[in-house]
Design a protein around this ligand. Structure first.
Ligand SMILES: [Zn+2]
Length: 119
């Protein structure tokens, strides 16, 4: 049975359209992502990573951790702001803007594995 709808790239997680034709369905949105996944798996094998282990760079790890901390802090700020008193429409708008900014910062973080454990 043919799979319908967009596929999800196993490297970047972006959706892409399957190209019709013979052969196995593509697993990557572009050749460079297939290559990077291959290299990450090879490095994972050389480091004897377990299937659920991933190595990311210190820079990516720090950026992700910082962005998650900012999002968590924004969520706590909003919860406190909206729990006290009778929040107005302006309070909700400000809370949403605060949360949206923290989410945007998280979306800007790019975390690509350096090495992947083989599954
Ligand atoms: Zn991709």
């Amino acid at each position: 049975m043919k799979r319908r709808g967009p596929l999800v790239c196993r490297w970047c997680g972006e959706e892409f359209l399957a190209t019709p034709g013979p052969g196995r369905p593509k697993q990557y949105c572009r050749a460079s992502h297939r290559q990077r996944a291959y290299e990450a798996r090879r490095l994972g094998e050389s480091r004897q990573l377990l299937p659920d282990e991933v190595i990311v760079s210190r820079r990516a790890w720090d950026a992700l951790r910082d962005a998650l901390y900012r999002l968590e802090s924004a969520a706590e700020d909003v919860a406190i702001d909206l729990e006290t008193g009778a929040p107005t429409k302006t309070d909700y708008v400000n809370a949403l803007a605060h949360l949206s900014e923290a989410v945007r910062q998280l979306q800007d973080v790019s975390v690509e594995p350096v090495a992947l454990g083989s599954t």
